[in-house]
Write a protein that binds this ligand. Structure first.
Ligand SMILES: [Zn+2]
Length: 341
């Protein structure tokens, strides 16, 4: 039996927005809330519907069943018998955003509101970063009022409930407010699309690096700097920034020796990768590196171990800086196996 789309839509309280020949376009009752999505298409002659926003689709009977919360058999009976049904109004649910997008959005906005304090600026300059690189880092505001204001603005705009790193606290006057870590330098951690996935915080005490998110809120993630050429795996997120600054290589900055498991290996092109762990005699570090190397080999990716004279420094970033200070621009080949000319 063919149903009259307009009649059915009217009974289901679905709002018509347009008509194009055999197709009627409605506000989708399933994915619309505060924001309305006029993406529900119902085809009169085919008797089918599809929403091009939430991707629900099916027959007109399915549409009725979904809208009324009944099975299709009941739906069909109600449709043919002109049963009047009690339709719940569209719930004003907030626009669903994928978690990762939401975190990127809130973190980006947060980052924009911060500044880099002089001590952190000096620290980065000491590591060899030039002024054009400094805007990639910010400092957490030590002034409590500044921090609370920033958090409050973000909370009003986005809601901070499920954003790692922000905490709701109760003041002595029993008022709730939002806060985050109170000091340290923020090091953004980005995925391959340069979306923010987290922040590392460089502290002035031990441990030197913590996550902006509180423990248990978010697992650590790998910083990705995309580019052409053989990618490097660098121990340390900040180190990956500095090494990239000197060598202009694509790289993965891993937040700890054993976090290589978080590397999105599928992004590696060309079958080779350079591994640059700190030069250390620490057996734990060596074992982690060996495990990484074995894993790469298993995946058919050729690992190339970067090497340098340990007098240049423990980390690849130190080695680059030392060479640079000697008046030589460091180049990737300087750290790869071969005969140095
Ligand atoms: Zn929809």
């Amino acid at each position: 039996m063919q149903f009259n789309v307009l009649e059915i839509a009217d009974r289901l309280k679905i709002q018509l927005v347009n008509r194009a020949g055999d197709e009627y376009i409605f506000i989708c009752p399933f994915c619309s809330g505060k924001k309305e999505y006029p993406k529900l298409y119902i085809n009169q002659s085919k008797g089918v519907f599809i929403c091009h926003h939430c991707h629900l689709e099916g027959s007109i009977t399915d549409l009725w069943a979904l809208r009324c919360g009944v099975d299709t058999k009941t739906a069909y009976k109600q449709m043919v018998n002109s049963v009047s049904v009690d339709i719940q109004p569209i719930e004003p649910i907030p626009t669903p955003i994928r978690d990762t997008e939401r975190i990127h959005l809130v973190y980006s906005e947060f980052f924009k509101m911060l500044t880099l304090n002089p001590a952190h600026k000096q620290d980065l300059e000491r590591r060899g970063l030039t002024p054009d690189y400094l805007s990639q880092f910010k400092s957490l505001p030590e002034d409590a009022k500044t921090r609370w204001n920033i958090c409050s603005i973000l909370n009003k705009k986005y809601g901070l409930d499920d954003v790692p790193g922000f905490q709701q606290k109760i003041s002595r006057k029993n008022k709730s407010y939002w806060d985050c870590h109170r000091s340290g330098m923020l090091i953004p951690v980005r995925d391959v699309h340069q979306q923010l996935t987290g922040f590392q915080v460089r502290t002035n005490r031990e441990p030197k690096y913590i996550w902006f998110s509180y423990s248990g809120q978010l697992k650590s993630s790998v910083h990705v700097i995309p580019g052409r050429g053989i990618p490097w795996i660098i121990e340390g997120v900040l180190k990956s920034y500095i090494t990239h600054h000197f060598l202009q290589i694509p790289c993965f900055g891993i937040p700890g020796t054993d976090t290589w498991r978080l590397i999105p290996f599928h992004l590696i092109r060309g079958g080779k990768v350079v591994v640059a762990y700190d030069i250390e005699q620490n057996p734990y570090t060596l074992k982690s590196r060996d495990n990484l190397v074995a894993h790469l080999e298993n995946m058919g990716i050729e690992p190339i171990i970067a090497g340098w004279n340990k007098n240049l420094g423990k980390g690849i970033d130190d080695a680059c800086l030392t060479i640079y200070k000697q008046g030589i621009m460091p180049r990737p080949e300087m750290f790869l196996p071969g005969i140095a000319a």
